[in-house]
Write a protein that binds this ligand. Structure first.
Ligand code: FNR
Length: 180
C-alpha cells in the first residue's frame, strides 16, 4: 500500500513535516509513505491559470496523490485555521474543475496536525472538514492531534507517548484504506 503525507508548512524545522516523516518511519510493513511539501507552488491566480494553465509543481503533486492509495494532510494551525499556504495548494489541485473529482472523489483521506500549543490543531482540522466534504474524499473519522510538539516531536522523532499515538492512528488509517 502506498500513502502520501503532505505537510502544510514550508518551514525547514516544521513540526508538521516532522510528523509526516514520523509517519513514514513508523509505517507498518508493506506500507510506503511518500512525504510531500508544498515548496514551489505559486499563489493561485486565475489570470496565471488562464495564461499558463495549472503549474507543473501542482501537477507533479497531483501525480504523487494519484499514485497513492490514501492521502494524509498534516496541517499546522494558524489563528484557528489551516494556513493559507496549504489551502492555496489544495485549491490549485481542484483546477481545472474537471480534475477535482479524479484527484479527490472517493480518495481515502485523513487529517493530522502538530502544534507547540495544547489543542493539537483541533480547530484547523475541524475547519478543514467543510472543504474536504466539497472534495468528496472518503474521510477517515479519527484525527491525529499532536500537542506540545516542541517537547513531543523532536528532530530525531517523537517521544514514546506520541509514537504510540501515531502508531495507533496510522494502523487505523491503513485498515481504513485497505477496506476500500
Ligand atoms: C500560529 N500558531 C498557532 N498554534 C496553534 O496551536 N493555534 C493557532 O491558532 C496558532 N496561530 C498561529 C498563527 C500564526 C500566523 C503563526 C505563524 C503561528 C503556532 C503554530 O502552531 C507554530 O508556529 C507551528 O510551529 C507551525 O507549524 P509548523 O511550521 O511547525 O509545522
Amino acid at each position: 500500500m502506498k500513502l502520501i503525507a503532505i505537510s502544510g508548512s514550508l518551514r525547514r524545522e516544521s513540526f508538521n513535516t516532522r510528523l509526516t516523516r514520523a509517519l513514514a518511519a513508523r509505517a507498518p510493513d508493506g506500507v510506503d509513505v511518500d512525504c510531500a511539501t508544498l515548496h514551489g507552488i505559486p499563489l493561485y491566480d486565475g489570470d496565471l491559470e488562464d495564461e499558463q494553465g495549472v503549474p507543473e509543481s501542482v501537477e507533479a503533486l497531483r501525480d504523487r496523490i494519484d499514485a497513492a492509495d490514501g492521502l494524509i494532510l498534516s496541517t499546522p494551525e494558524y489563528n484557528g485555521t489551516m494556513p493559507g499556504v496549504f489551502k492555496n495548494a489544495l485549491d490549485w489541485l481542484t483546477r481545472p474543475p474537471e480534475k477535482m473529482a479524479p484527484t479527490f472523489s472517493g480518495k481515502p483521506a485523513a487529517l493530522c496536525g502538530a502544534t507547540p500549543g495544547g489543542l493539537g490543531t483541533t480547530l484547523a482540522q475541524a475547519g478543514s472538514l467543510v472543504m474536504l466534504r466539497q472534495f468528496k474524499v472518503a474521510l477517515f473519522p479519527e484525527h491525529l492531534r499532536v500537542s506540545g510538539a516542541g517537547d513531543t516531536l523532536g528532530a530525531d522523532g517523537p517521544d514514546d507517548k506520541t509514537a504510540k499515538q501515531i502508531d495507533r492512528w496510522l494502523k487505523g488509517f491503513v485498515e481504513f484504506v485497505g477496506d476500500r
